[in-house]
Write a protein that binds this ligand. Structure first.
Ligand SMILES: Cc1cc2nc3c(=O)[nH]c(=O)nc-3n(C[C@H](O)[C@H](O)[C@H](O)COP(=O)(O)O)c2cc1C
Length: 181
């Protein structure tokens, strides 16, 4: 048993490619997590976003230890989770590449907490860093939601390494739900 992995699960070790292939059957949405360090906008593509708690309002996501954007966003303590809409594959790809100018050609404006709100996204969720927990080659981040807003449209989905969406689901109007603390 590896000393860094508690419990019997450490004795079972699926290959990383099997983890990726099988967990890829769990279809998710895609978000871009953004922040602003006062000099430049920051962001990275992230599918590991989860609603955790309604009261207090917590969300979580898991940046890789290798992420270069997350340490810079972390240091600001504030972020915006931009839920991507159908048709935003190019935005998804742009923020999934390491680059000094990830926002080139991307329309955005500052959210209330200063983090970039990407135009055309399905929802924007502003949050403050609450705590982090190391988890292997990723970090589990729990963030406290401070404001949120949704728009009508269709989502961009990620399944088995590819993009997709709802073909037959009508676009329902959203009463632009907004909340702020
Ligand atoms: C669909 C999709 C989902 C992704 N989800 C995550 C994720 O949950 N966590 C993560 O750290 N990286 C995720 N990535 C990879 C990052 O976006 C990528 O490593 C990015 O280049 C990191 O940039 P950075 O070094 O600027 O942080 C995802 C990429 C794609 C295309």
């Amino acid at each position: 048993m590896g000393s860094d992995e508690p419990g019997a699960a450490a004795a079972i070790r699926p290959a990383p490619q099997d983890m990726r292939a099988v967990l890829g059957h769990f279809c998710t949405g895609i978000a871009v997590i953004t922040g602003h360090d006062g000099r430049k906008p920051l962001g990275f593509t992230c599918q590991s976003v989860t609603s955790v708690s309604l009261d207090p309002p917590y969300v979580s996501f898991c940046p890789a230890v290798s992420s270069t954007s997350w340490p810079m966003i972390r240091s600001t303590g504030r972020m915006c989770i931009n839920v991507l809409a159908a048709g935003q594959e190019a935005v998804c790809a742009q923020f999934a590449r390491r680059s000094d100018d990830k926002f080139a050609g991307v329309d955005w404006s500052p959210a209330g907490n200063g983090a970039p709100r990407i135009h055309g996204a399905l929802a924007s969720i502003e949050a403050d860093l609450e705590f982090e927990h190391g988890a292997g080659d990723h970090t589990i981040v729990v963030a406290h939601v401070t404001a949120l807003k949704a728009h009508s449209g269709r989502p961009l989905l990620f399944y088995r390494g590819g993009y997709g969406g709802f073909a037959d689901r009508p676009v329902e109007p959203v009463n632009d739900a907004a909340a702020a603390t």
